[in-house]
Design a protein around this ligand. Structure first.
Ligand code: SF4
Length: 200
């Protein structure tokens, strides 16, 4: 049962019983605890966090921002520190072939930090589009996110950085990776890989 007065609930919650935190006025969750609208069981969530496999990630993430570090590190610096903190031994870079220049620079940056990246292009395997897309009759080489995932899994990486993989292909890649992963670049073909520009 929610604890907010009806008039303070967002319109979407009142009309459709769906969350709309963007239009919540009191934002009690940010100051004084649960508003009671959420459907999950908080006790179960807390138990999940306390599992060692989640604690270790949580602590590594906190180390990037605690003690005044928030706002001082670029995403690149954060990624390097996170890898070191997690003690990932084998790190992969799954990149879009269109961003190869950036991928090379990334490899150099990581090398200088003592991290050897396994770099795998989206075109790995050189499979033609008409072989994997039932509606395609082009013989051009296709992006191959399933091959990328297999290659990185075969390398037994324990962490993958994702750079510019197309929407949809990123789902296939992420679904099939057996390691932890993070996205370093989101592809946006119109807004120079900065999707927020579309809503600003
Ligand atoms: S979770 Fe927070 S922001 Fe969302 S409706 Fe509840 S109090 Fe408001």
């Amino acid at each position: 049962m929610h604890s907010l007065p009806k008039e303070e609930l967002s319109q979407d919650f009142r009309d459709y019983n769906i969350m709309d935190c963007t239009n919540c006025q009191p934002k009690t969750c940010r100051v004084s605890g649960s508003c009671g609208i959420e459907k999950f069981n908080s006790t179960e969530v807390i138990e999940d966090y306390l599992e060692p496999k989640n604690q270790i990630i949580l602590l590594a993430a906190a180390s990037l921002v605690d003690n005044g570090k928030a706002g001082t590190l670029s995403r690149l610096q954060e990624t390097i520190l996170f890898i070191k903190r997690m003690d990932y031994k084998k790190v992969g870079l799954a990149y879009c072939y269109g961003m190869e220049k950036g991928a090379k620079l990334m490899k150099e940056k990581f090398k200088a930090e003592g991290i050897r990246l396994r770099t795998v292009s989206c075109t790995v395997g050189g499979i033609n589009q008409d072989k994997i897309n039932a509606s395609s009759c082009t013989e051009k080489v296709s992006c191959n996110p399933l091959g990328q995932a297999r290659e990185l899994n075969d390398e037994k990486v324990d962490f993958v950085i994702i750079m510019g993989i197309c929407l949809g292909h990123d789902i296939l890649l992420q679904r099939n990776l057996k390691s932890d992963f993070t996205t370093f670049v989101v592809k946006d073909r119109v807004f120079n890989n900065a999707p927020l520009k579309a809503i600003s």
